[in-house]
Design a protein around this ligand. Structure first.
Ligand SMILES: C[S@@+](CC[C@H](N)C(=O)[O-])C[C@H]1O[C@@H](n2cnc3c(N)ncnc32)[C@H](O)[C@@H]1O
Length: 247
């Protein structure tokens, strides 16, 4: 009887030890995969977001920052200690939690995390930032090769709603830029409605902004002086980037 109990206790303890080891291995693997994903993304970003390399004593806001791949990349490129203010904001509390966790995991430092609805207003005075990134919420059609479900959920009306949202956020974000500052608008959408149309619409009402040629290799520049990648042509996700200066 006694030995039966011992065997059961032994099996249970082995079971828990193996489970714990499996969970720890799983966690390590998950973080390894996450880090690898961020590393690949960082490589792509370094080719595309050099306009966001912060100079000494500049202030910066990543308007739609979660889950933080661009925040962490830009933070890693800044002169340590020499950024005036580094803000990363988003609308959703749970996404800000992931943003914060990713920043801790990747040792991104001196970041102020802020929650707001950028379509309505952001809690900063006009002309508060030297550099602004608006990586806008979008349809994600540039990522369909690894998010194939997107095509089943998108409706034609989504593009109209998204472009209105993108324009509203862009208009609000532009107020926060100092004269001479740079504003980068980007999406991972392939659609003109969410890209060229939004920024041309914005420029029509914002005469104190001018387009700047994105600092990317020539093959990515478009006839309208924006930058784009195409999954079929470039074997990457589809990105769109527009750069503006406030004059
Ligand atoms: C394309 S994702 C940003 C990806 C992020 N820049 C990165 O590289 O990891 C767009 C983000 O916009 C946020 N968002 C959507 N509507 C918003 C709003 N009204 N105000 C602020 N953020 C918003 C979403 O929660 C989402 O995290």
């Amino acid at each position: 009887m006694g030995s039966k109990t011992d065997v059961n206790e032994f099996s249970v303890s082995i079971f828990f030890k193996v489970s714990k080891a499996a969970i720890l291995a799983g966690e390590t693997f998950r973080f390894w995969i996450l880090d690898f994903g961020f590393w690949i993304f960082e490589f792509v970003l370094s080719k595309f977001f050099s306009d966001l390399n912060l100079r000494e004593n500049e202030s910066f806001i990543d308007v739609c920052a979660a889950p933080g791949s661009k925040t962490t990349f830009i933070n890693s490129k800044r002169h340590t200690g020499n950024t005036k203010l580094f803000v990363a904001g988003d609308f959703y509390e749970h996404r800000i939690r992931s943003l914060r966790e990713n920043c801790i995991r990747l040792d991104a430092q001196n970041i102020e995390f802020v929650r707001y609805d950028a379509e309505k207003s952001m809690p900063f005075a006009d002309a508060s930032f030297d550099v602004i990134l608006l990586d806008a919420p979008c349809s994600g059609t540039g990522t369909i090769r690894h998010n194939p479900e997107i095509r089943y959920f998108l409706k034609p009306s989504d593009f109209i709603e998204l472009s209105e949202k993108q324009l509203n956020i862009l208009k609000n974000a532009s107020k926060l830029l100092v004269k001479g500052g740079r504003l980068i608008y980007s999406t991972c959408s392939l659609e003109r409605e969410e890209n060229e149309s939004v920024v041309e619409n914005f420029l029509r009402g914002a005469t104190n902004f001018r387009k700047v040629l994105p600092n990317v290799s020539e093959r990515f520049l478009t006839a309208e002086n924006f930058a784009r990648t195409f999954p079929g042509r470039d074997s990457t996700d589809g990105f769109f980037i527009a750069v503006f200066e406030k004059v």
